[in-house]
Design a protein around this ligand. Sequence first.
Ligand code: IMP
Ligand code: MG
Length: 432
Amino acid sequence: MKPTITPHPEPNVTIVAGMQWGDEGKGKTIDYEAKDAKLVIRSTGGSNAGHTIIHNGIKYALHLLPSSIANPKVKSIIGAGVVIDPECLLKEIWRITGDSYVIKDNRLVISDRAHVILPFHKSMDKLYEELKANKVGTTGKGIGPCAADKMNRVGIRMGDLKHCTESELRAKIKELIKVPNDLFSLYGYPEWKITEEEMFVKCQKYKEILSYLIFDVQPIIAREIRKSSKIVIEGAQAFSLDIDHGDYPYVTSSNPNASGLCSAAGIGPTQVKCVIGVIKSYCSRVGEGPFPTEQPDQTPEDVGSIIRELGHEYGTTTGRPRRCGWLDLMQLRRACEVNGVTYLCVNHIDTIGLIGQKVGKLKVCYTYDEGEAKYVTFDHSGWEIPKNCTNYDELPNEAKKYIEYIERLTDVPVKYIGIGPEDKAMIVRQDV
Ligand code: IMP
Ligand code: MG
């Protein structure tokens, strides 16, 4: 007799991924998409990410907690692919709850497979940067060294904190700190050396406070997939920072492209319903690396600083001023292709209008000529978004032309348009 096989559940996973170099404003789209979702899964990166969300008028600056954390109707998951700095996590939990480490209603679950960043990973991050001829300009949060330990198969995972006996955990710590301690001695930083005892005490503290949040998240995700519940995967960083598809070596140490996000969350590709690619109306980058449309400071037009000031382009995580430049559609086209983007979200349409007003024109890169950006110029003096604008048709004509030019060159429809920092300042085109 043939076995009865339950048909594949209808796919209902939405991936929200950054298409440029990060800081595209993914938090707001995730917040919007999470309104009718069951789960939101943060799946890659760590506290190198920084996103600000404004939910019901309250501003939250987050690094590790999923953007949905302020929404009581959603279960937020920190997935297997995230590298977790427990110190940062504790601070964020403290801030979001008011003054405790207790997140109520099972609203947050942390994968037992996620790796732990310990303080010496940050020292290693500094040391590696110092030794490199071509600096990456990392955020210094210990992301790369923790990912390297994971790949070397000596990392400590959140599940180890919860389940290991004292002697098991001590053995793991001993193995993990051996090479860093040797390197700190070798390169003249003996004061950075760490002891097994110091690390063990920290791990004990994390175990005591965080164990109630640490689980195997696979059954939780599988249950919702079986019911075709809506699941949102929250990207961190972005396509051009992807370790395989970005501007190597000026990249982060994970795969923040759509397939990488899916894999890190523990979800198969057949369950994905759509990929939302988030961009800004211009480009910004923190850290080193190629940036074809960059407008360096101190040029006569000073476009870079105009963009930075009008877009408030200073890093949420490090406070560094971001490098700024015009929108790069060559870069975006490639990003849309590799990520299989279904819809685009174009943020800062208000800001680019103001930039136009100040500069007297707008430029967009449509091709490269031997690596040099070639631009189309929009010769007009920008726009202002009308108050209480909620509909695409109410946007100024020049803004619509700008958006439609992006659609034409990428062949991807723009469904979401960010017109301000608040969670409500987004136009959603229902007909797209
Ligand atoms: P890391 O991820 O700290 O190792 O830094 C590697 C590169 O990625 C550096 O250029 C960082 O500035 C950049 N980066 C990492 N996370 C973010 C982010 O969330 N937004 C923007 N850039 C980031
Ligand atoms: Mg950011």
